[in-house]
Design a binder for this molecule. Structure first.
Ligand code: ADP
Ligand code: MG
Length: 770
């Protein structure tokens, strides 16, 4: 039977667990419970690169730091320009290179390793792949589904990317579970029954982050009340403190003025080996100090002094020294805990327990600082702090599984059944008794849409229970608007984080031709249990009008959307005339259709050929607008001629025109600019044939009718009847005096109307207003 497991996809370490009767951590192929979240990419001649994951990748960190990716979780769903990413580049010793992705917008992100670009999702998927493969080997069964844990503060995009990573690894995600909820489940606090209720503060102190969450468990639900912590405080920072201490001690003993430049000046491979050795030795000592009162950091014969002689590093570290070193960090840690509690307007007595998970929670000084502040009884350290999150995920994955074990007879019961078919046991009632309860997830952040003039409109408020959806009606800016560009964002820690852009093309503008009132657009933003956002839109009064769009997610499609936006902004600046704008709008709709297929919405894979197509279409649209050599206005004109005055055109000529239109359309879609211009000319040549002179004249008068329709109804009627009379006379087949007179009377008027017409630029609107 296919298995479903729980996975803690951590910044530093990842863990997999499964619940059968008891919850068990699944050992990896190295026989270890913990898999370092570390990936080395190795170049292979003539072959795809090889990925080494986990403990073995940590070994490679020494030799190939530039090809070894640690802490990829920090980059998930992030933009290159995000302050977090820039901070990481600036000050946190990142050894591999990151840039914006050559295929994505400037907002995308690429990790460089072994001469290739990877998205964080791709790297993360390699960790998941190893976990899946190792679990299958250990369990002797296929593993196809998992509950994967994510930080409570992950926004939609970060969650989406986690799902993408899972899809790339061939794993179905039955739930993305917030880490604090997983911790609470593994402590068993979710099984408090009835109306007792309890409130806990989950304190997750890992390798890179301190994550704090307050959860209330009551009436079969877990509700997240608030969260906080520090994205940049974890075991790594503690290691850095010890490293500083070790280097300072060594410099003192060996009388070295500037030990940092001494290390910098070592030959590269020696330097890398030394730094890796130092880091691992320091971490080992730190871990040892959790159980002992003193330890040594020793590195023999790696570092060379100014004379090129090797010297040893031997530094003793006592528990008291370590505690003193930690004191400022512990003070700010306690402050952060105080901040979350006051953030939800709680007092200490409302917090039943502080639950400690994460490897750094093992440090005695950390436990003591919390006990001193909140009382010994309140503070509970998990028996297996580094495995707790995975265990919680495994418990949930078991609950979500399709079958449950009947507590009465041990038989299998389908999950949707209340009563055991084998023994009649009331499984449903028992589950509630045993605390097999619903987890209520809430929206982690406020969701906004950007309107005209950069105004923000709140669509979904933080802490709304999931799933939820919000429907609002907005107005287009202009009656003739054919494009809508919607931008959605979260607000996280007072900063806006883009969730994605949605471009709508209103496909069927003919229906709207007669409309005088500005159309209204109804937008529904839905967020599912996994915090995944989807958007739907329809024109309120014209549900039949086709509307289509997808949410971009900062990938290749976003780069295309951005250059499309740029070309529209440029067009508005240049103030192109109506013909150019109409042509550009038609092109834009076709470009939107192409872009939609570029990124696979599940795996995030980019269709290279569609990407190139879309790029070429945008470039062509820009050139055509600049040259004014529009295709679609010519096609529309030719089609209108046949539609309105076909009876005056010979069938043979009509067929020739239709064929030319067809060819021009195809060439415009697939051909180059030059080919398009050539085809345009061929159509123009046919339209210039003398047989069509009269039809052009009628089209001119009709244009005047169209203009007068809005300004001068009497004149419009006059012109209209002139057209009718002319057609009547032309059908009789001979040019007469009556026709001459009619033209002499009408044409000067018509020309006056056309001359007076405002040829000022036409703007392309893409905004919405409330
Ligand atoms: P993450 O959630 O970031 O993946 P973990 O919860 O696995 O991280 O914790 C990893 C961190 O815990 C590392 O910095 C490691 O050095 C530290 N750690 C592990 N065990 C101990 C220990 N016994 N004492 C102190 N720190 C520890
Ligand atoms: Mg963790």
């Amino acid at each position: 039977m296919k298995k479903t497991i729980g996975i803690d996809l951590g910044t530093t370490n990842s863990v997999a667990a499964i619940k059968k009767v008891h919850t068990e951590v699944i050992k990896n192929s190295e026989g270890e419970q913990i898999t370092p979240s570390c990936v080395t990419v190795r170049k292979k001649a003539m072959r795809a690169p090889e990925f080494i994951v986990g403990r073995n990748a940590l070994e490679w960190l020494q030799q190939e730091p530039e090809n070894t990716i640690t802490a990829v979780k920090r980059l998930m769903g992030r933009n290159f320009n995000d302050s977090e990413v820039q901070e990481l580049i600036a000050g946190h010793g990142l050894r591999y290179k990151i840039t914006s992705h050559s295929k994505g917008s400037t907002n995308s992100l690429a990790i460089h390793a072994a001469g290739k670009e990877f998205t964080p999702d791709e790297i993360s998927s390699k960790i998941l792949e190893k976990i899946k493969n190792d679990a299958e080997a250990t369990l002797g069964d296929e593993v196809d589904t998992a509950v994967i844990t994510v930080p409570a503060y992950f926004n939609d995009k970060q969650k989406h990317r986690t799902r993408t990573a899972a899809a790339l690894a061939g794993l179905k995600v039955s739930r993305l579970l917030p880490e604090p909820t997983a911790a609470a489940i593994s402590f068993g606090v979710d099984t408090v029954s009835g109306d007792e209720g309890c409130t806990v503060l989950v304190f997750d102190f890992g390798g890179g982050t301190l994550d704090l969450s307050i959860l209330t468990i009551s009436g079969g639900q877990i509700i997240e009340m608030g969260k906080g912590g520090d994205m940049w405080l974890g075991g790594e920072d503690i290691d850095s403190l010890i490293i500083d201490h070790v280097l300072a001690e060594t410099a003192r003993e060996e009388e070295i003025d500037d030990i940092h430049s001494l290390i910098e000046n070592q030959e590269l491979s020696r330097k890398n080996r030394f730094l890796a050795e130092l880091k691992s030795s320091v971490e080992k000592s730190k871990i040892a100090l959790s159980d002992r009162t003193e330890t040594f950091i020793e590195i023999f014969g790696l570092l060379l002094d100014e004379d090129g002689d090797a010297f040893d590093i031997e530094v003793e570290l006592k528990r008291e020294q370590f505690d003193a070193m930690l004191a400022p960090m512990l003070a700010s840690m306690v402050r952060l805990v105080r901040d979350v509690i006051s953030g939800v307007h709680f007092t200490d007595d409302l917090i039943d327990n502080i639950l400690l998970v994460g490897g750094s929670s093992r440090i005695p000084a950390v436990i003591k600082a919390l006990q001193d502040e909140f009382g010994e009884k309140k503070v509970l350290l998990h028996d297996r702090p580094m495995l707790a999150i995975a265990e919680g995920a495994a418990i949930l994955s078991h609950r979500l599984g399709d079958v449950v074990e009947c507590p009465g007879c041990g038989g299998e019961v389908a999950r949707e059944k209340d009563i055991c078919p084998h023994c009649g046991f009331d499984v449903d009632a028992h589950m509630v008794d045993k605390g097999l309860i619903d987890i209520v997830h809430t929206v982690a952040h406020d969701y906004y849409i950007t309107l005209e003039n950069d105004e923000r409109f709140l669509l979904v408020e933080k802490n709304t229970p999931l799933p939820c959806s919000s429907t609002e009606v907005f107005q287009l800016i202009n009656v003739e608007q054919e494009l809508v560009h919607m931008k959605f964002h979260n607000v996280v820690n007072d900063k806006e984080e883009s969730i994605g852009d949605l471009w709508l093309g209103i496909d069927d503008t003919d229906v709207l031709d007669e409309v005088e009132k500005i159309p209204q657009l109804e937008i529904t933003l839905s967020i599912d249990e996994n915090n995944l956002v989807s958007v739907e839109a329809s024109l309120l009064e014209y549900p039949s009008v086709g509307i289509s769009g997808t949410l971009s997610r900062g990938k290749a499609d976003e780069k295309l959307f951005l250059s499309l936006e740029q070309s529209i902004n440029d067009a508005n600046k240049k103030g192109y005339d109506e013909f150019v704008v109409i042509d550009l709008l038609r092109r834009t709709r076709s470009i939107l259709h192409t872009i939609r297929g570029v990124v696979d919405s599940v795996t995030g894979e980019v269709d290279e050929s569609l990407y190139k197509q879309a790029e070429a279409k945008i470039t062509k649209a820009v050139i055509i607008a600049e040259s004014g050599e529009t295709t679609y206005t010519k096609i529309y004109y030719a089609e209108a001629m046949i539609d309105s005055y076909g009876m005056l055109i010979s069938p043979a000529l009509k067929t020739r025109i239709s064929k030319r239109i067809e060819t021009l359309r195809n060439v415009d879609d697939d051909g180059s600019y030059d080919q398009t211009i050539k085809e345009q000319q061929k159509l123009a040549d046919i339209l210039n044939e003398p047989d069509l002179d009269w039809v052009h004249l009628l089209m001119t008068i009709e244009k005047a009718v169209e203009i007068c329709h809005k300004t001068d109804k009497i004149k419009a009627a006059q012109f209209g009847s002139a057209i009718d009379k002319l057609i009547h006379l032309l059908m009789k087949g001979e040019e007469s005096v009556a026709m001459e007179e009619l033209l002499q009377k009408t044409m000067p008027e018509v020309n006056k109307v056309l001359d007076a017409q405002d040829r000022a630029g036409m703007e392309i609107h893409t905004d919405l207003r409330k």
